[in-house]
Design a protein around this ligand. Structure first.
Ligand code: AMP
Length: 548
């Protein structure tokens, strides 16, 4: 494993290999195998959007493209072990690029499309990325402008590669080259990719996933969803996120010989016609999107009857929503997971009641799951506590984060998920809340302390606290309590805070949905900010607040 990563202990790794959980394959091999077995079948379909598409690539074509792009990346100086920061929306080139990097042995660092200067600069600097891959424009935003600023701030970033109109940068389209003699590929235990942590303190932590462990994740999830060559997976959510990438997501579909469909946006207007045309069988949604889809399905004239499995997860899913999805879209599968590893998904034969009321079961018998109290002691069976996990596809440490790892993992390697859960007698997980200070805004994770840090940087803010408020659509939204540095009349307005954060280059989904000016923040008896009280107050506020 590359320096800065925490490997599994050798005896544990040996056991995972002996048990066939790690099979010595790489993600590059996954595509090679599928191309051998399903060469002429369709691998990727995408409607035209931005600088991309329309596209209908067979497995053979995708395999060849990945080889040519890998050759081009090598020729441009990308080496095995390098990190390449990738920020692309759901375009087919993202799939091609990931496989090219897997084959080169360089690891993509998967940033999300809404990330801006603050997040991207941190990711580029922290990973020592050698290149940054962007779209030319996406949703009205010029990523080349962003790349110029990032390059100025991170001197090690040698190259910017653009999907679309490159201006002064390297065009992705010009990079592909004839593959030379076969070069040695990465080892299965090498880091294949970096995902971003959603649930943590401070800046996003980087999650190194190895070929061995991520393939285990993909295989188990694809098997649980019963994916086969006849399946068509629609990637409604960003592929850069673990859920749509490998749970089973795009990689699971390609592992099974199925087809991946990429809509320009996840809105019913874009997704439903593609579901009908491509006979989509499986997709994965966050609850807010699932709600929108179930409502739209009632009036849409599109034939959605090909959908045989609709995953819902990434944020709390209530039983009514789970039932509505089952009734109006297709059989529901609840999904609780984390980019750090553990995946709990409804087994294929679960009865309707368990489908509606639990978040499924951990995918592997080798997933070691504990539920503990505040002192770290196991709670009695069936009671609620913090979920700790260790297993064949759960990391043992974040990348270059020694200090944080000491708190985020137990000395014997369990990851402290920060989620509250209980385990039913049938072994199902029920997620009951969380102890980590993160707002789950419709599946987008907003770390409270990161937002508070930005608020405190405002010259007219003396103190600030950010909490979740319930939201009928998003599940949760962010509510910021701000104590002004001077007279209340001079306190920054919601608009001023929003402009301030955007100028600081923060992703829009982290900007507070509501800002309330207060004279002081409530404190607990030990003098900490009493967030529980603030949550009650935020929940009691019914007018919806000013929107950022
Ligand atoms: P991420 O790593 O971005 O996938 O975020 C993982 C976190 O999302 C988990 O630790 C949970 O806090 C939350 N999460 C994911 N799925 C669910 C779910 N089905 N119900 C409640 N929370 C969820």
């Amino acid at each position: 494993m590359m320096p800065g990563c925490v490997p599994w202990p050798p005896e544990v790794a040996r056991r995972y290999r002996e048990e066939g959980l790690w099979r010595g394959e790489t993600l590059g091999d996954l595509l090679r195998r599928s191309a051998r077995e399903h060469g002429d079948r369709t691998a990727v379909v995408a409607a035209a959007h931005g600088g991309s598409g329309p596209v209908r690539w067979s497995y053979r074509e995708l395999d060849e493209r990945a080889d040519r792009l890998a050759a081009g990346l090598r020729a441009s100086g990308v080496r095995p072990g390098d990190r390449v920061l990738v920020q692309l929306p759901n375009v087919p080139e993202l799939v091609e690029l990931c496989f090219a990097l897997f084959r080169t042995g360089a690891a993509p660092v998967l940033a999300l499309p809404p990330h801006r200067h603050d997040e991207i600069t941190h990711l580029a600097a922290h990973t020592g990325a050698v290149a940054y891959v962007i779209p030319d424009r996406h949703q009205g935003f010029d990523h080349r402008e962003l790349a110029r600023r990032v390059r100025g701030a991170v001197p090690g970033l040698r190259r910017v590669i653009v999907c679309g109109e490159p201006e002064e940068f390297t065009p992705l389209d010009g990079l592909r080259a004839a593959p030379g003699d076969a070069e040695p590929g990465p080892a299965p235990e090498d880091v294949a990719l970096f995902l971003l942590s959603g649930g943590t303190t401070g800046r996003s932590k980087l999650i190194p996933r190895t070929h061995d462990d991520y393939l285990c994740n993909i295989r188990l999830s694809a098997a649980n969803a019963r994916l086969g060559p006849g399946d068509v997976y629609l990637a409604a959510l960003p592929i850069a996120h673990n859920y749509a990438l490998g749970c089973p997501g795009v990689l699971g579909a390609l592992h099974a010989g199925g087809t991946v469909v990429l809509p320009p946006t996840p809105s019913p207007d874009d997704a439903f016609p593609l579901i009908e045309r491509e006979r989509v069988t499986v997709t994965g949604l966050v609850p807010s999107l699932a709600r929108l889809w179930t409502e739209a399905a009632a009036w849409s004239g599109h034939d959605l009857s090909s959908l045989r499995l609709v995953q819902v997860g990434g944020a709390a899913v209530g039983p009514e929503l789970a039932r509505a999805v089952g009734e109006r879209l297709g059989r529901v599968q609840q999904s609780f997971g984390m980019a750090e590893g553990l995946l709990s998904q409804s087994p294929p034969d679960d009865p309707p009641d368990l489908l509606a009321t639990t978040q499924g079961r951990p995918l592997s018998a080798a997933d070691e799951v504990r539920v503990v109290d505040e002192e770290g002691r196991d709670v009695p069976a069936g009671q609620t506590g913090e979920l700790l996990v260790r297993g064949p596809y759960t990391i043992r440490g974040y990348y270059r984060a020694e200090e944080h790892n000491a708190a985020a993992f137990t000395p014997d390697g369990f990851f402290r998920s920060g989620d509250l859960a209980r385990i039913t007698p049938t072994g199902h997980l029920v997620i009951c809340g969380r102890v980590k200070d993160v707002i789950n805004r419709g599946g987008d994770k907003v770390p409270a302390d990161e937002v508070e840090e930005h608020l405190l940087a405002h010259p007219r803010v003396r103190a600030a606290a950010v909490v979740a408020a319930p939201d009928p659509y998003l599940g949760e939204r962010t509510c910021a309590y701000v104590v002004p540095a001077g007279p209340a009349a001079e306190a920054p307005t919601q608009r001023a805070i929003s402009d301030f954060m955007r100028e600081r280059g923060v992703a829009a989904y982290k900007v507070p949905d509501r800002v309330e000016v207060v004279q002081a923040l409530p404190l607990t008896p030990v003098g900490k900010i009493d967030k529980a009280r603030l949550r009650v107050r935020a929940g009691a506020h019914r007018d919806g607040g000013e929107q950022a």
